[in-house]
Design a protein around this ligand. Sequence first.
Ligand code: ARG
Length: 464
Amino acid sequence: MTEANSKRRSLSGRFDGASSETLDAINVSVGFDKRLWRQDIEGSLAHVDMLAQEGIISSRDASQIKQGLQQIQEEMKRGQFEFKASLEDIHMNVEFRLHELIGAAAGRLHTARSRNDQVVTDFRLWTRERCDLAIDAIQALILTLLDQAESGIDIVMPGLTHLQTAQPITWGHHMMAYVEMLGRDWGRFRDARQRMNECPLGAAALAGTSFPINRDHTAQSLSFDRPMANSIDAVSDRDFALEYLSAAAITSMHLSRLADEIVLWCSDPYQFIRLNDAFTTGSSIMPQKRNPDGAELVRAKTGRITGSFIALLTILKGLPLAYSKDLQEDKEQTFDGADNLELSLAVINGMLQNLTPIKENLRQAAANGFSTATDLADWLVREVNMPFREAHIVVSDVVKLADKKRLALSELPLADLRKIYGGFTEEAQGVLSPENSVKSRISYGGTAPARVREQIAIWRETLT
Ligand code: ARG
């Protein structure tokens, strides 16, 4: 029997002729779903074990099937397995080979199972693994950010709003902002993983089966918490992959913001950081160039990862229960999203390990733009009980004068300050230095190094 005929015979008795090449072109999925081979064999091993245990097939058949599956596993590991497009998908490829290896007993593996519950079991196992990888990679990135935060705990830099100098902050505080974002991403993957950890195997085509299967057995052997409670839901939904992709899209959005800052920071007008050669690319025409291509690509990957999420969401929308072939389109989206998320996390982690903040430039930029104007207004409120709105007006005049004299606020002589408001003292002048400004912001969540140090300690504790 040819493979094509064999596939037709195993899939339905109603066909005499071969399928059209055009139909095959849209229908065949082994080119991409072969990535599920580990999970497919794992799922089949659990299924066959259960069938034998419950006396649904003989233990002789079961052990033949298991041996055959293990041999296929070896062939795949060694890259010796020949995937055939004529056999449509990974499941039929494995089954056909099993038939070649052990003969008739192979036909008993699919008892009480359908490709509908088989494929979604494979895919859940795959997605669960990628959740674990994302969780680990995010954790590694957070640790790198904590190192950056710790070593730059009191490096003063400008904090921006509208990309304009606003108030001085510290490098440590800025890094810790990303720790918080990625901490939530980490939590999202952990939540998604927990929710997806239910086993669809045993739902069969959609209605369950008349065989006395033991779904707890298969769920347990595949390390799921429990079997899914509704067989229709089990074969129909792909919300677990959507949750993975939405967490991936949000994470990659965070990564793209960090990537964008890296691009800005290492540009000539900024010169806030230096990137090591390992994470810098050159230009084919301009010899002076040191380009942050890695960060730019991470910034761009967000489009692709978010695209995967939107694509899968759109594929699922409006699908009637239960299985439709539309669901075959779930895989490439999720594969691509996962590959690119993991790559992005690794690249950003590498870049952060290979960048050094340039302290002097950051300090200088922090003093520019009258960044401590708010500190002076706060001083007036605190020390002379001036209403904040009035203080705001006084300090606006101070800023105007400093601007006119081309001086930073902290360079303005006390006499000048007093011309605007007679009550200014040396102490008032003291609050104008960026270092004092950051030290003073001790409110919970504020930029004061003492506060940031506490947060670093909390995160280190959480991650160990
Ligand atoms: N390759 C298919 C998929 O990925 C497997 C399930 C096929 N089931 C079916 N009833 N045609 O969804």
